[in-house]
Design a protein around this ligand. Structure first.
Ligand code: COA
Ligand code: AMP
Length: 635
């Protein structure tokens, strides 16, 4: 079948208002917006500004009202606890409506913020949907972040309530969440009134009298008393959630997501991009702490009336590299989404893909990859192993849904390995040089999106309009800066090559080297430092810290390196995967004092590099080369 992509994209470009108005018909509104876009509202305009709606209603109530209550909404598959649970739309609605009543009783209402710090258990999704139901704004914090990161988020969004669990399960260890939560509450200057804690039997948490409440008991009591609340009508432009993501400083950026535009975009993408129909099983193997979890574990599949898998496990070791294939076969998954790093982990343990042959994957139609660059080798390995299209697509926390990809729902286009294919309707992607001039096909430059951004993308940063403008809009007036570098080829295919800021991508997790430098520099013996991302076969990149020690320090440098590694784990969290710190005499700099991070990275990655013309002292690069070789890097 010929792809409808070219027609659909051209249709959007010639009349974006009609395109998105039509897409908005797939959503239920309490008051339908008269027009799709209001260019005078918000920072760059607002989508569906006059619309009144509710995201929870569209995810749950309307499917149940349409007689589909018995259909499965979530399949919770947890190889780390040996559990599989199937939760119907009707039963999920019951829990969500009751938890919404618990929130109300705790004094939480429309516009109040709720932090959710939970592992991959169904209660986490219930907590998100219950917030949406009453118009509260949730902010999910990934479990691999440390107490300090949690505290920063509590303070920034001034959370009224925290929903958490006693523990998460990582292979080989139980991660007690509650001590991290207690420590965060000690550090934070803002003190939420209550914490609702879901007790798991693997590690029960000690509760603080008066502040902490048992999640399951509160929910059961609300259900027994028949307490349920309906959906609060919210403006389309009201925030649904804030999701913090790494910025160029230790202060994360609070990406805001609205209600109306978000629903319209996600619903459109489920059918037209991923090619998934209501009633089918879709699986995004990510975590609710990331944008992928928000968009494609919880909201997208439920808005679409599909079944979504909540997976508590890892691609390998829980128990073997066949887990993904087991889940696809056992639950009839038609389309799956994961990060390339997960496939590299599976391939490393099962290069012949022998585990695939243990399962019946006849229902499986496509595997989508995003979160980091998908290397052609990994894509081809997966295509051969699975016999289905393996589709790279590119997007960001900020956009909330794919900017570019090969649209399965509209009909696949020819594949070009190394490219996430073409821009989706809504996105006019262009490449500009540093002075803001368009560059020709095949020329590397700044990847930007012409304003306005489509529905679903961030309207601003939480309480930080100025930072939003400064970070994304000011450098290239009229465009949104993605902070990715890349090029468009002569067929309009996009190639994403690198970041233009300090962000690195570690196992599909977005991290700021600037934030790690702030932590390294806070060690009393460290005079200055540089953190870079170096290439890693499994995780794509891993951080490496170069430390210059104060001249009056006579301790063993290996001891300081160990302390700095622990400090990063303690302040940012294990997810930073910061395991390499190297003490060096000096850092290479330009004559104006700028650290030459890019050159250090090239040396470490064994890439060709040129002596920067502005370097202050070239000998320092030899010192760095020797220091890296001492750790077996760059040789
Ligand atoms: N809670 C607490 N700790 C967590 C955590 C969580 N939710 N997630 C990860 N961590 C910890 C890990 O246990 C590990 O700790 P350790 O240093 O004690 O070993 C550390 O953070 C680093 O984790 P990770 O980078 O994930 O490395 P790994 O070696 O444990 O696993 C992969 C490697 C490739 C298997 C794993 O990264 C993976 O499954 N990646 C998929 C990527 C993904 O889902 N991306 C989401 C965006 S699409
Ligand atoms: P996050 O906000 O965590 O989703 O990370 C977004 C960043 O990850 C992007 O700006 C890119 O740098 C990178 N990224 C995501 N998907 C891809 C992809 N398919 N190809 C290349 N880079 C990607």
């Amino acid at each position: 079948m010929a792809s409808r992509y070219a027609d659909v994209y051209a249709g959007w470009k010639s009349d974006p208002q009609s395109f998105w108005s039509n897409a908005a018909n797939a959503i239920d509104w309490f008051e339908r917006p008269a027009r799709a876009f209001d260019a005078d509202a918000g920072i760059y305009g607002h989508w569906f500004a006059e619309g009144i709606t509710n995201t929870c209603y569209n995810c749950l109530d309307r499917h149940v009202a349409a007689g589909r209550g018995e259909q499965i909404a979530f399949i919770y598959d947890s190889p780390v606890t040996g559990r599989v649970e199937r939760i119907s739309y009707a039963s999920l609605l019951g829990d969500v409506a009751a938890l919404a009543a618990v929130y109300r009783k705790l004094g939480v209402g429309k516009g109040d913020r709720i932090i959710i710090y939970m592992p991959m258990i169904p209660q986490a999704a219930v907590a998100m949907l219950a917030a949406a139901r009453i118009g509260a704004v949730h902010s999910v914090v990934f479990g691999g972040f440390a107490a300090n990161e949690l505290a920063v988020r509590i303070d920034d969004c001034q959370a009224k309530l925290i929903v958490s669990a006693s523990c998460g399960i990582e292979p080989g260890r139980t991660v007690a969440y509650k001590p991290l939560l207690d420590a965060a509450l000690d550090i934070a200057t803002h003190k939420p009134a209550h914490c609702l804690v879901f007790q798991r039997e693997m590690a029960e948490a000690a509760m603080t009298e008066g502040r902490d409440l048992d999640f399951a008991a509160a929910l059961a009591a609300a259900k027994q008393a028949g307490e349920e609340v309906g959906c609060t009508p919210v403006a389309s432009t009201d925030p649904l959630y804030v999701l913090y993501t790494s910025g160029t400083t230790g202060q994360p950026k609070g990406v805001v997501r609205d209600n109306g535009g978000h629903m319209v975009a996600l619903k459109w993408s489920m059918e037209n991009f991923f090619g998934v129909q209501p009633g089918e099983v879709f699986w995004a193997a990510s975590d609710i702490g990331w944008v992928v979890g928000h968009s494609y574990i919880v909201y997208g599949p439920l808005l679409n009336g599909s079944t979504s898998i909540l997976f508590e496990g890892k691609p390998v070791g829980t128990p073997d590299p066949g887990t993904y294939w087991r889940i696809i076969a056992e639950h009839g998954v038609v389309v799956m989404f994961t990060a390339p790093t997960a496939l590299r982990a599976i391939r490393k343990e099962d290069p012949e893909a022998s585990h695939v042959r243990r399962y019946d994957l006849s229902k499986f139609r496509a595997l989508f990859l995003a979160g980091e660059r998908a290397d052609p080798d990994t894509i081809q390995w997966a295509e051969n192993a699975l016999g289905v299209p393996v589709i790279d697509h590119w997007w960001q926390t900020e956009t909330g849904w794919p900017v570019a990809g090969n649209p399965m729902g509209l009909g696949l286009l020819p594949v070009k390995y190394g490219s996430p294919a073409v821009p989706l309707p809504g996105y006019d992607v262009q490449i500009l040089d540093d002075a803001g001039h368009p560059v020709g096909a095949g020329t590397l430059g700044n990847v930007v999106v012409k304003l306005p951004l489509p529905p679903g993308c961030l309207p601003t940063l939480w309480n930080a309009d100025h930072r939003f403008r400064a970070a994304y809009l000011d450098e290239f007036p009229g465009y949104y800066k993605t902070a990715d570098a890349g090029y468009l080829d002569e067929d309009g295919y996009i190639f994403i090559m690198a970041r233009t800021d300090d962000i690195i991508n570690v196992a599909g997790h977005r991290l700021s080297t600037g934030a790690m430098e702030e932590v390294c520099a806070s060690h009393p013996d460290v005079a200055e430092c540089a953190v870079i991302g170096i290439a890693d076969d499994l995780k794509g990149q891993v951080p490496a810290g170069f430390l210059v020690i104060n001249s009056n320090v006579s301790r063993e440098t290996s001891e300081i390196e160990r302390e700095v590694i622990s400090l990063v784990r303690e302040r940012i969290g294990p997810v930073a995967a910061f395991r390499l710190a190297i003490c060096v005499k000096r850092l290479p700099k330009t004559r104006s004092g700028k650290i030459l991070r890019a050159t250090i990275q090239k040396i470490a990655d064994r890439q060709p590099w040129k002596m920067p013309a502005t370097i202050d002292d070239p000998v320092i690069l030899d010192e760095i080369t020797v220091a890296l070789q001492g750790r077996g890097i760059g040789v």
